[in-house]
Design a protein around this ligand. Structure first.
Ligand code: BLA
Length: 512
């Protein structure tokens, strides 16, 4: 069963979502040759929208097909820009089969096409920059005052919900395995709360994450839509990676319906160019959000990402400074001792603080010193022998020791996490820090072992249809060693190895 599930999930990763061959029906899409603006691709609703004959679209110039659009946009269309980036946005009133209508025009460069999308503006919502500006301004002011990352996330969720009117807005953070944790939420009572839940990585496959890193905002106004095919003069499918109207994966539409969310919008939160999370918005009923509001949400999210990044940097700097002073004190203690290692042995609390550990052992073939909460001396001896034969490298680090060394399962409660350094190049000798098991109850939004269902070998895959809370207790794992702790320990090692070498040289020269 597991094998077929894994097979199914790699099928998820392979779906070519950038070339669906169709768009969502809330606008029209045209692609043209940049040199002469001859239309090479067109969504089949173009003719109907503008009251034209279907056969007079492809192969003609934009000017021949939509003269008013061409007149308004041609000066901009003539200017080349880099691929992918949106070249411009403009609001146009255009005559259609149903009288004059207002459209947002969005233009970007495809691989070798200029792509024009015309999205009819939902007139029921008043949304100029003037109406959005107060929210953006307030958001920036409040950001400064927010005392924690959680509060920052909650503010972002509230403001995105205020601007868009969705029923529920989540801030969703990826973990290192690409599962997502809902860390903040703002909602009314239409949809259930997902705060604190974790969703499996397979809910958003890898090519979708990669696309979302590149194209930061997407909206599905109606999960029950009928896709509009794109016709073309070329056998090549049109790459819609940067298109607003791109039709989305049928598997995902089914997922949305299973979840009871008829509309969704999500905005990528990037940090240092990496996808850190999403602001994910839902409503129980179909919902349009005008381009101007979506752009304001994108802008707000960028400000939010910068603030997250700044806070993370500040926290790292603070941590380094604190650990730097612990390290300086330890060096002082070592310098004051004849047998320098006693500087560590006699100051166990500082030694443990350096790595944020609850126990530490200093051990070589002759001596074993256990300080704080450690396994028994026999167990530490056995671990030492295993380390010397299996991990002679400078440093070994794990949160789940029993994954590497099954014997450790019996003392997981004191030592699930191990961080060790080899402190001599001449004979095996280690400092080993220990962290206890941090028993964790994870609430998943549905059983993570059943992300898909359907008959084995069925032609079409179905996402899970239950999002009932599924609790998992994680055992045998410590909290994570953070990069500042790892660096501090690495530096301690370099210092010790330096001292050992210097002493060895001194001894050698004394002997001469
Ligand atoms: C896309 N999946 C997505 C997106 C989200 C999620 C947010 C982005 C599109 C959007 O904004 O709606 C997942 N939605 C969630 C999660 C929550 C939510 C976790 O509301 C929780 C609160 N999905 C599956 C399986 C497959 C799959 C098994 O469950 C694989 C076959 C696929 N999800 C899938 C694909 C996309 C997607 C292919 C990309 C859709 C697209 O952009 O075309």
């Amino acid at each position: 069963e597991t094998a077929s599930r894994d097979l199914d999930l790699t099928a998820c990763d392979r779906e070519p979502i950038h070339i669906p061959g169709s768009i969502q029906p809330y606008g029209i899409l045209l692609a043209m040759r940049p040199s002469d603006l001859v239309l090479t691709y067109a969504s089949v609703n173009t003719a109907e929208t503008f009251g034209l004959e279907r056969q007079v679209v492809l192969g003609r110039t934009l000017r021949e097909v939509l003269p008013k659009v061409a007149r308004l946009l041609e000066p901009d269309l003539a200017q080349p820009e880099e691929r992918g980036s949106t070249r411009f946005l403009r609001t146009l009133a255009i005559g259609t089969a149903r009288g004059e209508r207002v459209f947002d025009a969005i233009v970007h460069n495809g691989a070798d096409q200029t792509i024009l999308e015309l999205e009819e503006t939902p007139s029921e919502v008043a949304t100029t920059l003037d109406t959005l500006y107060p929210t953006l301004r307030r958001f920036v002011e409040q950001l400064q005052a927010a005392s924690s990352v959680e509060e920052l996330c909650r503010l972002a969720a509230e403001d995105v919900r205020r601007m868009t009117g969705f029923d529920r807005v989540l801030v969703y953070e990826f973990d290192p395995e690409w599962n997502g944790n809902v860390i903040a939420e703002d909602r009314n009572d239409v949809l259930p709360s997902y705060r604190g839940l974790r969703f499996p990585a397979s809910d958003i496959p890898s090519q979708a994450r990669e696309l979302y890193r590149r194209n930061r905002l997407r909206i599905i106004p109606d999960a029950n839509y009928t896709a509009v095919p794109i016709e073309s003069l070329s056998p090549e499918p049109l790459d819609l990676s940067d298109a607003v109207l791109r039709s989305v994966s049928p598997v995902h539409l089914e997922y949305m319906r299973n979840m009871g969310t008829m509309a969704s919008m999500s905005i990528s939160i990037l940090r240092n160019g990496r996808l850190w999370g999403l602001i994910s918005c839902h409503s129980g009923e179909p919902r349009r959000v005008p381009l101007s509001v979506r752009n304001a949400c994108d802008f707000l999210t960028q400000i939010f990402s910068l603030q997250l990044e700044a806070r993370e940097r500040a926290a790292i700097a603070e941590n380094r400074m604190r650990l730097g002073s612990v390290q300086a004190r330890l060096l002082g203690h070592m310098a004051a001792e004849d047998v320098f290692i006693n500087g560590l042995v006699n100051n166990p609390f500082e030694l443990m603080e350096l790595a944020g550990a609850q126990g530490v052992a200093i051990i070589d073939a002759e001596r074993c010193q256990c300080l704080g909460h450690t396994p028994t001396e026999d167990q530490v001896q056995a671990l030492f022998h295993w380390l010397s034969s299996e991990h002679p490298e400078d440093m070994f680090v794990t949160e789940v020791l029993s994954d590497h060394y099954p014997e450790a399962a019996s003392y997981a409660s004191v030592a699930s996490g191990v961080l060790s350094i080899a402190i001599s190049k001449m004979h095996p000798s280690y400092v080993i820090w220990f962290r206890p098991e941090a028993v964790q109850t994870v609430s998943w939004g549905g059983d993570p072992h059943k992300p898909v269902h359907g008959e084995v070998g069925a032609t079409r895959l179905h996402p899970r249809n239950s999002f009932e809370i599924w609790k998992e207790t994680v055992r045998g794992r410590s909290s994570s060693w953070n990069p500042s702790e790892i660096d501090a320990v690495k530096e301690l090692r370099n210092t010790i190895v330096g001292i050992v070498l210097r002493r060895a040289e001194e001894m050698a020269s004394l002997a001469e």
